[in-house]
Design a protein around this ligand. Structure first.
Ligand code: ING
Length: 312
């Protein structure tokens, strides 16, 4: 038996600070139509897909900061995307900046949602690993203020039964941390959907070459896929946003760790792959049969200790 899903990775090119959400959604709909034409059932969009990557800008006025966030989903700007996806019978995921009220308090998260073919939001994930810094850093070539604008997510790494499989989500920097995939792997995840906005330059090491960024991007998602016997769909917002370059290199990765599809531009670009969820089984039942091979009695430090404690 095979459980093949034709998956589309919908990379977005740059979104400028001055661009409207409508422009972003219109571009997403064009990619959705292309995905329909190619028979896709599921489309994965990037992190913060509705706006520019605003954590690169230092802002102190909360109303200016909040202007990049959505207070409800779907909302007027996004409804056309939900409508077109439902017309096409396509499920999708995308990332956005979320303001939510919890116990009378407003919270700000870097969020991704999973939407089914009928247009229902079946899963919400809020970014756990927030990279960068929480206050303006004059030493950096450019800012990366995710710790200033977002709270650490309160969902953890969940999975959902969806489209005949077990699906999970994470966001951008999460993909660099093995714990991200392992927690989902321990829940049987068969496809991890993630978006990213990754600067091609290292704000703290200007000499770092772009190909090292590509290498680290591939290394992170390929190892996550292989070590947990899961597909990984990792989709960028790419290109030059107001003078700041974002990495492309969107990929669809097989449970073997092999890349089966990769973008070649820094613009709106759809990659497509037929992903058989049953391809996960061999890896989950042999080399990464967690129940047979893992030795949790030796893993305690991973969840008991945050930073490094060196021997005297
Ligand atoms: N962006 C980057 C990412 O993790 C980063 C931040 C880049 C951290 C390179 C470390 C090295 O891909 C987001 N949005 O997390």
């Amino acid at each position: 038996m095979s459980r093949v899903i034709r998956v589309g990775g919908a990379q977005l090119g740059p979104i400028q600070k001055a661009d409207s959400r409508k422009l972003a959604v219109d571009r997403m709909i064009v990619l959705l139509d292309k995905a329909k034409d190619q028979g896709c059932e599921l489309v994965v969009f990037p992190e913060l897909a509705l706006t520019t990557f605003f954590p690169r800008w230092n802002m102190d006025d909360q109303s200016e900061i909040d202007s990049y966030f959505e207070t409800e989903m779907p909302n007027e700007a996004c409804q056309p995307l939900f409508d077109r996806a439902r017309e096409h019978g396509i499920g999708f995921s995308f990332g956005y900046a979320e303001i939510t009220e919890e116990n009378g308090e407003r919270h700000h998260y870097n969020t991704s949602i999973l939407v089914d073919k009928a247009g229902n939001i079946v899963g919400t994930y809020r970014k756990t690993h927030l990279p960068g810094h929480g206050v303006f850093d004059p030493e950096r070539a450019f800012q990366h203020l995710e710790k200033k604008y977002f709270e650490v997510g309160n969902t953890g790494f969940r999975v959902w039964r969806y489209m005949d499989g077990i699906f999970g989500m994470c966001i951008c920097n999460d993909r660099r941390w093995p714990e991200t995939y392992r927690v989902m792997g321990l829940q049987g995840v068969e496809m991890v959907l993630l978006g990213f906005n990754t600067p091609t330059a290292n704000s703290q090491r200007s000499c770092e070459a772009e190909d090292l960024r590509v290498f680290h991007n591939d290394l992170s998602v390929q190892s996550g896929a292989y070590q947990n016997g899961t597909w990984v769909v990792a989709i960028a917002k790419a290109g030059n946003e107001d003078g700041h370059e974002l990495l492309g290199d969107s990929t669809i990765v097989h449970p073997s760790g092999q890349v089966v599809a990769r973008t070649t531009t820094l613009d709106d670009e759809l990659i497509v792959a037929d992903c058989d969820l049953d391809e996960c089984n061999f890896f989950k039942e042999t080399i990464f049969d967690f129940d047979r091979h893992r030795r949790i009695e030796h893993y305690g430090l991973i969840s008991q200790q945050t930073g490094v404690v060196r021997p005297d």
